[in-house]
Design a protein around this ligand. Sequence first.
Ligand code: MD3
Ligand code: FE
Length: 210
Amino acid sequence: MSETERPGRPVPGLVVRGVEIFPGLLDSAAQAGIMAEIAAVMSAAPPVQPETRFGRKMSVRMTSAGKYGWVSDRRGYRYETRHPSGVAWPPIPAPVLTLWHRVTGLARAPDCCLVNLYRDGAKMGLHQDRDEADFSWPILSVSLGDEARFRIGDVTRGGPTESLWLKSGDVLAMRGPARLVHHGIDRVRGGSSTMIEGGGRINLTLRVVD
Ligand code: MD3
Ligand code: FE
């Protein structure tokens, strides 16, 4: 039996441009359990609005858990072992790791849980995730809080795109050719959930970095 065929691995509800979507995989109790752990991560390592290499502030606030966190500043995009404040990133919460192993079927743990916090008006332009060493590892995404309009394009730039709403509790897996598709968040429907203290949306992405 291959690792991805492990018993108990959920089956995607739909596949859009190769991205596996598991709508509502997390029930409200599971979402609340993960949210409590992520609140503790954000207390230890407060989300920051990263600057791009061009000195423009991103609208999304970011922090991380795990061995590495993703950072951006005038020096560019990269993974670092410490939060900009100098503290080590907190460990990835156990229920998040459990979800990774259940959905990916992999024995290997992720190195990074990037936490994206979308408050009023935050969005994320179309991009590829290419700062990791080996694109053969999947990325797993967990949506919590307000609904978001997610756009998926192609591996090459400038092609057609498709959009769908992501809801709290939805989980996505990007593997194989879908690992390098362009994607982004056009907008968040403010006030569509009460999951997050202070409002908004949180997205977790789990990544193998090196
Ligand atoms: C498709 N985050 O952190 S998650 C990111 O909702 C990022 O915060 C968005 O894009 C968010 O880099 C989208 C869904 C997602 C994440 C990573 C992907 C889709 C992906 C990597 C490759 C292909
Ligand atoms: Fe991305």
